[in-house]
Design a protein around this ligand. Structure first.
Ligand code: UT7
Length: 338
């Protein structure tokens, strides 16, 4: 019998402050029409203004829900994997902060810094840890508080309108079985040549003065995420089909074996381009970016939790594919069977 990594419970946390596209027009020169046409996004949720809330706080709420569905107590967790590009503080990692908020004393915690593919890297890592025997009950969290770090002026509008805050959590467990279930295959990639196309530069250890104090005028924008949108878009629509073919070649599966695809929610147009290029039935692709914007490491686990809540998936034998592309560049895919 072989160890298989199965999902025991999922949860999500969405902050309370609803921000519509029209709300954004009060902060910057943009329009509901532009945002919907280019991205499909209608609204997103941000943490309430003035509230002290980091990625680990949203992660905690999502974790409690996932733990409850799994029937686990925090003490049952033997490893935490936390994916975020918006950690609570520069260091230590949000995984450590979440660990203590869960009331745990020595459970190991690992942060994953892979942005939009953070959840894919986390799930593949959890699967490898489970198969190696290093851990058996793992809490995976993807959480982001983008809103406190966005340039909400016209200068930053190309990025600011895209991102939402949120968290998703998944409890996974190793089980001994001959059945072909659980994580069936993972494929991960990175190409650091694309780093400049989507990044937040500061604070930067590579500078003699990490904090770069005394920045003036537009220089302050170095603290905000910057993106070459067209480069990211074009690379994404090339890499997503490529990685799909790669994971199908690895598993001997085809699109007919997949019941539902969960692409990272970066831009509805990217996912539509992927769907049309691959000639995949629209109903086989789960999108919710319209409601949440791009929640980066949280987007796939939030989508998974929603699809489970809606009973779209979860029956024995249901097979799903996670796929994503983002900053790094990083990209990848995981196939999972219930
Ligand atoms: O998860 C992370 C990965 N990120 C992504 O996958 C994002 C990938 N890229 C994209 O989704 C798209 O490139 C964007 C949605 C970011 C931008 O769409 P685009 O069609 O590539 O627009 P653009 O950057 O070429 O800009 C077109 C115009 C520009 O004006 P001019 O130069 O034509 O006069 C921009 O200044 O749209 C302007 N613009 C805006 N207008 C209103 C840029 N942002 C905005 C805005 N509202 N928010």
């Amino acid at each position: 019998m072989m160890k298989k990594t199965v999902i025991r419970g999922t949860g999500k946390a969405i902050p309370s402050r609803l921000v519509t596209n029209n709300d954004l027009t009060k902060m910057m020169d943009t329009s509901d029409e532009w945002i919907q046409q280019r991205t499909g996004i209608k609204q997103r949720y941000w943490v309430p203004e003035g509230e002290i809330m980091g990625a680990s706080d949203l992660g905690l709420e999502a974790s409690h829900k996932a733990l409850e569905k799994a029937g686990w107590k925090p003490e049952d967790i033997d490893f935490i994997i936390f994916a975020t590009l918006s950690p609570d503080i520069f260091f230590p990692g949000s995984g450590c902060l979440l660990q203590t908020k869960l009331g745990l004393k020595s459970t190991p915690a690992l942060d994953i810094r892979q942005q939009c593919t953070g959840f894919l890297y986390s799930l593949a890592t959890a699967d490898a840890y489970i198969k190696s025997g290093l851990a058996n009950k793992i809490l995976i969290v993807g959480a982001e508080v983008h809103s406190s770090g966005l340039d909400k002026t016209t200068r930053g509008r190309d990025v600011a309108v895209l991102f939402g805050d949120g968290a998703g959590a998944v409890c996974v467990e190793g089980v001994d079985t001959d059945e072909n279930i659980g994580v069936l295959a993972s494929v991960l990639h990175a190409d650091g040549k694309g780093a400049d196309a989507l990044m937040t530069e500061l604070p930067a250890s590579r500078l003699p003065d990490r904090m770069a104090l005394g920045l003036e005028g537009d220089e302050i924008a170095r603290y905000y995420p910057v993106m070459n949108g067209q480069s990211v878009f074009k690379t994404a629509v090339r890499k997503l089909p490529e990685v799909t073919r790669e994971i199908f070649a690895k598993t001997g599966m085809t699109i007919d074996d997949i019941d539902l695809i969960f692409p990272h929610q970066a831009n509805l147009r990217i996912n539509q381009a992927y769907q049309q290029f691959m000639k995949i039935d629209e109903a086989k692709i789960f999108n919710n970016i319209q409601k949440y914007g791009n929640t980066t490491a949280a987007s796939i686990p939030i989508a998974l939790d929603e699809a489970l809540e809606q009973n779209l998936i979860g029956k024995q034998g249901d097979t799903i594919m996670f796929i994503g592309f983002g900053a790094g560049f990083t990209w990848g895919s995981v196939i999972y069977r219930f």
